[in-house]
Design a protein around this ligand. Structure first.
Ligand SMILES: [Zn+2]
Length: 433
């Protein structure tokens, strides 16, 4: 065990070095924001990987550029490029991996500044992706560079990845890399995902998700004689009634032990994402009247988020039983159910080394206890857990979660600096020479 006074010295040096990198951190975050990596469709992944490649090579990392060929969304026009950079230490030891997604969501309305300008104003950097999560990516790079400069004889290895498509499921990014073995426990032991969860919180995992399309069937007829047909929209009405009467109350009664924030997401929830029935909508400049038809099809897409105490098959069964119940009791009711996607919940143990290490670093850098949370929606931890089989993974990074995907999204420079210190102090613990 290190001498305590030396240890405090080292910690102070490391924090001081990071304070001295303030301008470099700002410039790096701005450069990343100025590359518009919009997803969909998945633009400029090659450009941002090329930028990171040059930056990380200059800091002594070995880099690999990996295209997720054949992954959903990958095409020659919009190739899914990823970068994995690795810096070996002086001797064998654990590997700490920082994974950030490089994609950002659409800009949307309501901006008062250039979404790809990276404007610095009053200690905040503005732009799409500033908070979610180019600020976090820049923070992890500065943390690693400061740590390497301060402890060049560290043990083990540091990896930094920039990955595609997190905002659309991560299949062209972390899922692809996990399938290629990049997160195998033999290669990586600790994973920190610098998503914007606030600088004093550790996110242990996320709820599960199950998406499906339900179609009710009817029979087309003239609208003046609906009794000669069968209205698919009325059948869907019966489905929605059954959801209100039985499914929503049943879900609201389930409460998870996971520390999900906000509190409303500690229950099972379901969003009805869309409803389509009957004739397609015409464009707004169409001046004709609708034809008189009984709709023979109605479709909804449901987005069911479930708890770690539930399992995905029972989530599916609960809805199938409700539909089968209608089939048994409602004349002419017929339906199809098509599963669209499923994501298992993920939850890292509070005693896992990456959790206790980052927790102690938050205490020493910020002088307060960390808060442990879980995310209502999923992020790339799902792939690291399910495909990579790596359970020692958290999300930890700067940024105010509620700003993600909003207009005038920003990241605080002081928050990035504090978070960089927490990351660098964590590296010092996990990769002690
Ligand atoms: Zn994100």
């Amino acid at each position: 065990m290190a001498d305590i006074s030396t240890d405090i010295d080292l910690g102070a040096h490391l924090s001081g070095r990071i304070d001295g990198m303030r301008d470099a951190l700002i410039a790096l975050a701005q450069d990343l924001i100025r590359i518009p990596t919009l997803n969909p469709p998945g633009e400029n992944y090659a450009a941002i990987c090329d930028y990171l490649d040059r930056r990380l090579k200059a800091s002594g990392f070995e880099t690999q550029l990996i295209r997720a060929t054949g992954a959903p969304g990958d095409s020659d026009r919009f190739p899914r490029w990823n970068i994995v950079a690795r810096r070996e230490g002086a001797r064998a030891g654990d590997c700490v991996h920082f994974n950030s997604h490089t994609d950002v969501v659409e800009v949307g309305q309501g901006w008062t500044c250039d979404p790809f300008g990276g404007e610095l104003r009053d200690g905040r950097i503005y732009g799409r992706g500033a908070c979610d999560m180019k600020g976090g990516l820049a923070t992890s790079i500065i943390a690693a560079e400061a740590f390497i400069a301060e402890c060049p004889d560290f043990a083990g290895a540091i990896e930094i990845s920039g990955t595609a498509d997190e905002e659309s499921g991560g299949y062209g990014g972390v899922a692809y890399l996990a399938e290629q073995g990049f997160f195998a426990p033999s290669r990586v032991q600790h994973v920190i995902i610098p998503e914007p969860l606030n600088k004093d919180r550790i996110c242990l995992g996320h709820r599960g998700g199950w998406w499906a399309e339900i179609e009710t069937k009817g029979e087309i007829a003239h609208g003046s004689m609906p009794f000669l047909g069968d209205c698919a929209i009325r059948h869907m009405g019966a489905v929605l009634d059954a959801f209100e009467e039985t499914l929503f109350p049943a879900m609201a009664a389930r409460y998870t032990e996971m520390p999900v924030v906000p509190d409303g997401a500690r229950q099972s929830t379901m969003n009805i994402n869309s409803v389509h029935g009957g004739q397609p909508e015409q464009s707004s400049d169409y001046t004709g009247l609708p034809a008189h038809c009984v709709p023979d099809s109605c479709r909804i897409v449901i987005d069911r988020r479930f708890l770690i105490e539930e399992n995905v098959d029972s989530v599916r069964t609960e809805i199938t039983e409700l539909l089968e119940g209608l089939k048994a009791t409602r004349p002419d009711f017929d339906y199809t159910l098509r599963e669209i996607n499923r994501v298992i919940p993920s939850m890292t143990d509070r005693a896992a080394p990456v959790v206790t290490t980052v927790g102690a670093a938050i205490r020493s850098v910020m002088g307060k206890d960390p808060t442990y949370v879980a995310s209502p929606g999923s992020y790339d931890q799902k792939h690291i857990d399910r495909i990579g089989k790596l359970k020692n993974c958290i999300a930890y990074g700067p940024g105010v979660l509620e700003l993600a995907h909003k207009p005038d999204e920003w990241i605080g420079v002081d928050d990035m600096l504090d978070s960089a210190k927490v990351m660098a102090h964590s590296l010092r613990t996990l990769l002690a020479p």
